[in-house]
Write a protein that binds this ligand. Structure first.
Ligand code: ATP
Length: 233
């Protein structure tokens, strides 16, 4: 579904991503784990079309989208939930969800709002509340609901657990699994390696802009290198 070939990304003189290649197959949850500054967000933003790579290629469903503008990438079925949520403040929960659906013209909208409310009942309760006044966990749910309203085939999640209490983290990861079970492919970027590898079918370990290790979620959880560097021994 997604194929990244030899991707290199620079910010001016600083190269953040050095020849990264990986793929995501339909139906999978794939995770990219790595420490602060490893280049995870840069890779995600490049896939979404928000940053142009220096070289390399991004294929989505066999189409080359390396130079495709972000709104066309969303329309093709690839949606990102950004790090730090970025919900629209001053807009209600419902209006935020509507923003997620704004490229859609199909008939299924009403049913999809209901589906989002089923997954995140707290959003239904708070549908008229200003998004800025939601808690961190609720904002994460809203950001995910908003992305789901674009009906993505592939959902990109940037550190959904960041800053959340353990109980919310558990809930968010179980919802990620539910979304995946209902047919959405997921690429998940996380610093919480333990949670990410427990839900992922496969994972890649990123260090200073390079992939240094890959395997199934279970293999990586069991790897001595991963245990030492990311799971606290
Ligand atoms: P984190 O988990 O802390 O978000 P990350 O793995 O997502 O880290 P990136 O945010 O992709 O890492 O950063 C990769 C490298 O690129 C870092 O060295 C960072 O300082 C640098 N970088 C990121 N954004 C910019 C920018 N806009 N201008 C210059 N350098 C940047």
């Amino acid at each position: 579904m997604l194929k990244i070939n030899n991707l290199a990304v620079s910010y001016g003189m600083i190269q953040a991503v050095h020849g990264v290649s990986f793929d995501v197959k339909p139906g999978e949850i794939v995770t990219l784990i790595g420490a602060n500054g490893a280049g995870k967000t840069t890779i995600l933003r490049t896939i979404s079309g928000l940053i142009r790579p220096k070289s390399g290629q991004i294929l989505f469903e066999d189409q080359d989208v390396t130079k495709t503008p972000p709104q066309k990438i969303v329309a093709a079925g690839l949606s990102q939930v950004p790090e730090g949520r970025h919900v629209f403040s001053g807009l209600s929960v419902m209006e935020n969800l509507e923003m997620g659906a704004y490229l859609r013209k199909d008939e299924g909208l009403k049913a999809d709002y209901e589906q989002v409310f089923e997954k995140f009942p707290v959003l239904k309760e708070r549908r008229n509340q200003d998004a800025a006044t939601l808690s961190g966990g609720e904002q994460q749910m809203l950001a995910m609901g908003r992305a789901l309203m674009s009906k993505p085939k592939l959902l990109l999640l940037d550190e959904p657990s960041m800053g959340l209490a353990p109980i919310f983290i558990k809930e968010i990861f179980s919802i990620i699994q539910e979304i995946n079970a209902q047919g959405t492919t997921v690429l998940l970027i996380e610093q919480n390696a333990k949670m990410a590898l427990s839900v992922a079918h496969r994972g890649y370990v990123l260090e200073t802009g390079k992939i240094v290790l890959s395997g199934t979620g279970a293999e990586l959880l069991d790897s001595e290198e991963v245990k030492k560097a990311y799971l606290g021994g």
